[in-house]
Write a protein that binds this ligand. Structure first.
Ligand SMILES: NC(=O)c1ccc[n+]([C@@H]2O[C@H](COP(=O)([O-])OP(=O)(O)OC[C@H]3O[C@@H](n4cnc5c(N)ncnc54)[C@H](O)[C@@H]3O)[C@@H](O)[C@H]2O)c1
Length: 248
């Protein structure tokens, strides 16, 4: 498939995990990929293996840099809002980083990209989380991801008359470097929590992001697509309890 031939796609946090896999997928389908990350070396390593890619340093929390880089592009067809600001222990600091980084960073990227996307009738895909929908820990991260889901819907309404589509993916647990050192936890979660018997791969999310960004999703906007191996739809815990109870 060459769904992105002649198109430019910018991915934030593309030096690792889901962002890197999405960069590989969009490049394999013909896009020129702007591989952006706060870690420029990581962006460079990912871009080096792609047929047409440009590595760029971009900190999504730096609004001036976001406006300068995205605003200064000659054209843009796809924005994948993927980066998130990692957790810290101090609760006040964590709330600040999640709301001003994970949430507002993605908002600033979308606002900077919108004028280009109106020209190209392009698409935004934002990577949320199942944390937006249920309790999997971290209040601030969950609130930021839930707010991104709301922003996806309201921005979709504003952008639709211009032919721009805006969608979100809420992944379940994905085996990326953010889970480094927790391999046993991932294996156990895969076997016991996930109906499809495993946690996700970055490529599972990249495939969904490519779909939502492509003309195959031409009539899809304002939606949040769970890509979670059935986690949220199937209550395994409930079934196990019920199956374990013997009534007289
Ligand atoms: N891995 C999971 O289990 C999981 C589950 C649900 C949702 N997600 C979401 O998927 C996305 C990617 O997660 P991942 O697991 O691939 O993460 P990752 O840690 O592998 O990669 C994140 C990248 O973001 C970059 N980054 C950090 N701060 C940045 C900033 N201020 N500006 C720009 N880049 C920055 C990092 O340098 C890193 O390269 C995130 O939005 C995350 O919330 C991940």
């Amino acid at each position: 498939m060459n769904r992105f031939e002649g198109q430019t796609a910018l991915i934030t946090g593309a030096g690792s995990g889901i962002g890197a896999a999405t960069a590989r997928r969009l490049a394999a389908e013909g896009a020129h990929v702007l591989v952006t990350d706060i870690d420029e070396d990581a962006a460079r390593k990912v871009a080096a293996d792609l047929p047409a890619a440009t590595p760029l340093r971009l900190d999504i929390t730096d609004r001036t840099a976001v406006d300068r880089l995205i605003g200064g592009l000659p054209a843009l067809h796809v924005l994948v809002n993927n980066a998130f600001v990692p957790f810290v222990d101090d609760p006040d600091d964590n709330w600040h980083r999640q709301l001003h980084g994970t949430l507002l960073g993605a908002v600033h990227c979308a606002r900077a990209a919108l004028p280009h996307l109106k020209e190209t009738r392009g698409a935004i895909v934002t990577i949320g989380s199942v944390n937006a929908e249920a309790d999997f820990g971290d209040h601030a991260y969950s609130a930021a991801k839930a707010a991104l889901g709301s922003y996806t819907r309201t921005l979709a309404g504003e952008a639709a008359p211009h032919g721009v589509r805006v969608n979100q993916i809420n992944p379940g647990t994905i085996a990326t470097p953010s889970w480094a050192g927790r391999e046993q936890a991932l294996a156990t979660l895969g076997a016991r929590a996930y109906p499809l018997g495993r946690v996700g791969t970055p490529e599972d999310i990249a495939a969904a992001a490519a779909f939502l960004a492509s003309p195959d999703a031409a009539w899809i906007t304002g939606t949040t697509l769970r890509v979670d191996g059935g986690l949220m739809a199937v209550n395994r815990h409930f079934r196990e309890i019920l199956d374990g109870v013997e009534d007289a």
